[in-house]
Design a protein around this ligand. Structure first.
Ligand code: MG
Length: 251
């Protein structure tokens, strides 16, 4: 069941989104050659708690950290570690969520470590573009699969591949709510988009077709052939004024 949010709830989500965007900006400022992902996680947790919020992911289904840090062939759910240093040419996906005043927000970005090769740069650029194409389809009267189709066709038209095993989701009083939002599909299908829907759109793309595997840590999801993967996410609301990106910018 898709739970529509009230204007008051969207006000809370907007405030939460601004905090989260600001935290992620500050974490990204600390991303550099030789930095380790465990330090980034400590910073994210401190900033979230200082804002009066709680990390959304820590403890969720047993996840042990505040952020997910997924490097290169890792797609999502990588566990930060003080022993995992960033190297030149890596691409790092950071996924982060927070909970405050009863509402969750969720976002992710992928950033380069120093100079990256052309393939990696294109993957990041196209995956982010796919997210914005999806956001552009969040209009009153459109159907959910119009969003999915916009995301998937952007990735596939660029000669890249959608990670099909993971999806976007509704969000609000729960981190993961209905509807599930596929990152591919035919347009014109699924529920009609309505005022009050709050959606976490999160395309994941890779450079080579194939499936995914989960590492022995039982969290880190990787591409099965070692292909690079990228991930971008925003939490968006559909209001009477149209789509609003709640996790954009910062405070
Ligand atoms: Mg999400």
């Amino acid at each position: 069941m898709i739970v529509l949010k009230t204007a008051t709830e969207i006000d809370i989500l907007r405030a939460n989104g601004a905090i989260l965007a600001s935290v992620l900006n500050r974490v990204c400022e600390q991303v550099s050659l030789g930095q380790n992902t465990g330090e980034l996680d400590r910073l994210a947790e401190r900033l979230i708690r200082e804002s009066g919020s709680e990390p959304a992911f820590r403890g969720m289904y047993g996840f042990p950290a505040t952020i997910c840090t997924s490097i290169n062939e890792e797609i999502v759910h990588g566990i930060p570690s003080l022993k995992r240093q960033l190297k030149k040419g890596d691409i790092l996906s950071i996924d982060i969520g927070l909970y405050r005043s009863g509402m969750y927000v969720d976002m992710a970005t992928t950033v380069p470590i120093g100079e990256v090769d052309e393939k990696a740069a294109k993957l990041m650029q196209v995956t982010e573009e796919a997210l914005w194409r999806g956001i552009g389809m969040v209009n009153i009267g459109n159907r959910l699969a119009d969003v999915s189709h916009a995301i998937g066709s952007c990735i596939e038209d660029a000669g890249l591949y959608v990670v099909r095993e993971y999806t976007g989701h509704g969000i609000g009083r729960e981190l993961h709510e209905d509807p599930q939002i596929l990152n591919y599909g035919e347009s014109g299908q699924g529920p009609r988009l309505q005022i009050g829907m709050v959606l976490a759109l999160e395309p994941m793309a890779k450079t080579v077709p194939g499936t995914v595997e989960v590492l022995a840590d039982r969290w880190t999801v990787v591409t099965d052939h070692g292909a690079l993967a990228a991930h971008f996410e925003h939490t968006v609301a559909l209001t009477k004024n149209g789509v609003e990106v709640l996790t954009r910018g910062g405070v």
